[in-house]
Ligand binder design. Sequence first.
Ligand SMILES: Nc1ncnc2c1ncn2[C@@H]1O[C@H](COP(=O)(O)OP(=O)(O)OP(=O)(O)O)[C@@H](O)[C@H]1O
Length: 356
Amino acid sequence: MRIEGVAQDFGAFPALRDVSLHIQPGELVALLGPSGSGKTTLLRVIAGLNSPDRGRVLFDGENATNLPVQDRHVGMVFQNYALFKHMTVADNIGYGLSVRPRRTRPSRAAIKARVTELLQFVQLDGLGGRYPAQLSGGQRQRVALARALAIEPRVLLLDEPFGALDARVRKDLRRWLRDIHKQTGLTTVFVTHDQDEAMELADRVVVLNEGRIEQIGAPEELYDRPASPFVISFVGEAVALPVIISDGHVTFGGRELHIDTHGLRSGPARVFFRPADIAVAAAGNGDLKGRVESLRRTPAGVRATIAIDGYDQTLEIDSPLERSASLGGRVPLSLVNARIFAADENGDYVNAGDGI
Ligand SMILES: Nc1ncnc2c1ncn2[C@@H]1O[C@H](COP(=O)(O)OP(=O)(O)OP(=O)(O)O)[C@@H](O)[C@H]1O
């Protein structure tokens, strides 16, 4: 599937700006971004629920931009795309088949057989006679998925499918969706604002911000080679230190940080690093100094909150702290990994290369 230069305005507000994206057959792609970044709008454009102001949507090379929803053969599961309350689970699942025009409608027996097969597939055998109100939230979303699969869609679209469910059920359903995707091999696009969900499930993640694509990449690519300050801050935790680059040297509060500038121009820049990118240095060494404000046990070790000298924010580090680093104590810190983004002539922060 191809999305080419898609733009959509709502009045004067640009919800999508020049979005281009190529999704491979069978790929599982997440649209990730904060609230209002355009995720749902893009999904609706793919589904045919919105028609874009500019750009095209192609399915298998065929221009589908003006194709009505019912002719696109997309399966949809939306958080608010409720099941039909007055219909049984089986009737909900069979709905898309039973409303087909007579010519293409399967026989009642064939629909029944398909529904039974799908009930099994989504692990709800025996529950076909229930009504949606008699199911748990997780079960309802599985019915919604079975209903979307019933029409044998060429693309499956999911909008925050597990958004309303509690954390535990969400986690189970994520794993389950990954399995379903493996078994069906369907090209799948899902919307989420939850970076863990995107990272755990997707083959590739599309990071959206203010209607634009910031970066498209495999989860590890987004972690290891974030293309912009937005991506590094949105995907995982990161601290941004305001620094100055001059003649290839990077300084923070007058102190030199040992970071490669990758040829970035002199001037203001930002150094980003994650909690795991900073370590306690030997006494007398280190790029930064700080005071330990709190220590907290985590499943991975100890997380310390440290107030950096000369900086009005605290940073968190995951590091085995030496015994001397007790609460209130001062520690030297060194950067093990970091990314530097320099301000360009427009005031946007650009990155020149790999980490430290
Ligand atoms: N029909 C509409 N009319 C006017 N503005 C709209 C319409 N649909 C969406 N918008 C606006 O477009 C922007 C993008 O909306 P969209 O629903 O795509 O964001 P989103 O990334 O899915 O956000 P969320 O995670 O909150 O659902 C928002 O600012 C929203 O208010």
